[in-house]
Design a protein around this ligand. Structure first.
Ligand code: SIN
Length: 256
């Protein structure tokens, strides 16, 4: 197995694994460490994985989460079909932060890719936090933010109280201790105790820091890519330049 860096802020690729035959404990520990260190990893050449293989590998990372309102693919609870970019996936976010225990990891396996377009952007929320002044960092450590489910939750008829959570604006990663910004434009509606209008300028400033080019990595998908990201330390957004061509990826999320 070989691990190579893809960008300075975050992202590594892993070569030489065949996950259809499983993974040794030692290789898994190295891959897990690489993910915690770099925030996002791409394991190349996994196009032969079946949905059963993907679920079995995902289970190595923790409990597979079944999405409360987006259905799984037929016969495989826990695998969600991701296709055309939409306003929710095109906005920088980490997954399901409206839950009281947001997802730890997400695994996304390429199934059908357009010839060009539909790249996925990743940003280091750790680097974004590090880029702020000590004064602002100290103030942010005292704040929490209100995260609310998107229109998809309302369309699915979920009670609003079931899709609201309050999280600290800065969270330390449970394995590395690295502090990361934990606010995103999909789910955060305000700073706790502030009005939406008071919150917006600060939130916009923080979203700008997250999306700054030097804090990002752009993933150009190749056939067989299995990308895994750490939702505690990164955010992601798909580039919405897919016009008419098919784009299908299979997503599994791991509970915290
Ligand atoms: C997602 O936000 O989970 C999907 C990202 C993508 O379509 O690349």
């Amino acid at each position: 197995m070989e691990i190579r860096r893809l960008a300075w802020a975050l992202g590594v690729e892993v070569l030489g694994l065949d996950l259809t035959i499983g993974i040794t404990d030692r290789d898994f520990a190295d891959v897990r460490d690489a993910l915690h260190e770099s925030g996002v990893i791409c394991i190349r050449g996994q196009g032969a994985m079946t949905p059963e293989d993907q679920l079995a590998f995902a289970a190595e990372w923790g409990d597979i989460s079944i999405h409360p309102y987006v259905p799984s693919i037929e016969g495989y609870p826990g695998i969600m079909k991701i296709y055309d970019p939409n306003p929710i996936t095109q906005t920088w976010h980490s997954d399901s932060t409206h839950m009281s225990d947001p997802h730890a990891y997400t695994l996304l396996l390429a199934r059908v890719l357009p010839a060009v377009g539909g790249d996925t952007m990743f940003a280091s929320a750790v680097k974004a936090f590090e880029s702020l002044s000590p004064g602002l960092q100290a103030m942010l450590r005292t704040l929490s933010a209100v995260h609310e489910g998107t229109s998809l939750a309302a369309d699915a008829g979920l009670d609003h109280d079931a899709v609201v959570a309050i999280h600290p604006v800065v969270r330390a990663h449970p394995d590395t201790g690295a502090e990361a910004l934990f606010v995103n434009d999909n789910y955060v509606t305000r700073i706790d105790g502030w009005t939406p209008e008071e919150s917006q300028p600060l939130l916009e400033y923080l979203y700008g820091a997250i999306g700054r080019y030097e804090n990002t990595y752009r993933h150009r998908w190749r056939d067989g890519d299995l990308v895994i990201w750490d939702n505690r330390s990164t955010q992601h957004a798909v580039v919405g330049d897919v016009t008419g061509e098919e784009r299908v990826l299979h997503r599994v999320t791991i509970a915290s």
